[in-house]
Ligand binder design. Structure first.
Ligand SMILES: NC(=O)c1ccc[n+]([C@@H]2O[C@H](COP(=O)([O-])OP(=O)(O)OC[C@H]3O[C@@H](n4cnc5c(N)ncnc54)[C@H](OP(=O)(O)O)[C@@H]3O)[C@@H](O)[C@H]2O)c1
Length: 334
């Protein structure tokens, strides 16, 4: 199917910082065309991440968005409809998962332009919604575990004790599953309503973060953590420190100014216990690995809720609310 060049498409955009879900506007804009290293996708599904509404709030200004209006959301799945002149790895008709350029956005629309270097083929076993959940959340989970020293090659002996905080969120649910695939002992924190789910996805011990033991991050079996994949917020270093093994690390995906200061102090004092702020990066091979794991049934995308593009505001508000269990999906196709 070729992209209907020059035609208009439905898109959801915002025109200034702030305003939350109410500031999203439904518009008709021209279908974009690919440059030589890009592909145009007919989108089937997108997924919302907290970074999407944090950008709208202005937390990354002046870097993002560079210009308004801005069609948000980089995480998408769809079908290639047009390829740039330099692209030979993909062709029209390929089903794919892609992470769009954050500076351009584009995922809340019927069509989007993606870099071929961050677009991977999606086998028939991986639905659009399962694929769209992967880019930011899956890559963050994988890269956090790698940063903690976990290896995913066949035969790797890890055996580390890992704690995942906010294990019921988009990143946390992938992190729990990937840590188990990496042969780790996994402890996890989440709310009472998700204890069973997180356990069923492989966690060995699950702590309700609203109980005193959960808030203290204490492993019920008394284990000290070799690494914490920290996806929650507002947990002080002192709470981590008393639960870490001698050379334990906290991989902090939600670092604030205090965390950066603590990380610097731990580094310059050669502390055995370290705090490592992590910013996810685009990596095609890792995205292919994640898609492959979903295909093989080894990794699941847990879907919190699905919303049609015509009700993208509801998906946006759900993410801002902060209580998603897994991924919030926007269905773009018919
Ligand atoms: N550094 C990076 O590159 C990077 C990449 C991706 C995400 N992030 C950040 O990482 C954070 C998590 O992202 P996400 O997509 O997983 O978010 P999310 O899906 O919105 O997480 C929501 C989940 O977190 C749980 N939760 C909230 N506070 C908790 C706590 N104190 N203890 C245990 N569970 C808690 C909630 O459970 P209840 O509903 O039971 O409260 C809910 O299930 C966000 O702040 C995001 O911006 C950073």
């Amino acid at each position: 199917m070729a992209a209907p060049a020059g035609k208009l498409m439905h898109a959801v955009q915002y025109e200034s910082y702030g305003g939350g879900a109410a500031a999203l506007k439904h518009v008709e804009v021209p279908i974009p065309s690919p440059k030589k290293d890009e592909v145009t996708l007919k989108l089937e599904a997108s997924s919302i991440n907290p970074i999407d509404w944090k950008i709208q709030k202005g937390l990354l200004r002046p870097f993002l968005p560079r210009t308004f209006p801005y069609v948000p959301v980089p995480d998408v799945a769809g079908e290639v409809v047009e390829v740039g002149s330099n692209v030979d790895s993909l062709k029209a008709g390929d089903k794919v998962v892609s992470m769009l350029y954050l500076r351009r956005g584009g995922g809340l629309a019927e069509y989007a332009v993606a870099s071929a270097s961050m677009t991977v083929k999606r086998p028939a076993e991986v639905s659009a919604a399962e694929g769209a959940g992967l880019p930011i959340a899956g890559l963050t989970a994988l890269q956090s575990l790698k940063s903690a020293g976990i290896r995913f090659k066949v035969g790797s002996e890890n055996g580390a004790n890992i704690l995942v905080t906010a294990a019921s969120g988009g990143v946390g649910l992938y992190a729990v599953q990937l840590a188990k695939l990496g042969n780790c002992h996994v402890s996890a924190t989440c709310g009472a309503r998700n204890l069973e789910l997180v356990k069923n996805l492989g966690a060995d011990e699950v702590l309700d973060y609203k109980t005193p033991g959960g808030a203290a991050l204490e492993s019920p079996s008394g284990k000290k953590y070799d690494a914490v994949i920290h996806c929650a917020t507002r947990i002080p270093w002192s709470t981590f420190e008393r639960n870490l093994a001698e050379s334990g690390k906290v991989i902090d995906i939600t670092p604030n100014a205090t965390a950066f200061l603590t990380a610097a102090i731990k580094k310059i004092t050669f502390s055995k216990k370290q705090l490592v702020p992590l910013l996810q990066s685009a990596n095609k091979e890792e995205l292919e690995l994640l898609v492959g794991l979903v295909k093989e049934g080894k990794l699941k995308t847990v879907v919190d809720s699905r919303h049609p593009l015509s009700q993208a505001e509801a998906a946006w508000a759900k993410s801002i609310d902060g209580h998603a269990t897994g991924k919030i999906i926007v269905d773009v196709g018919p």
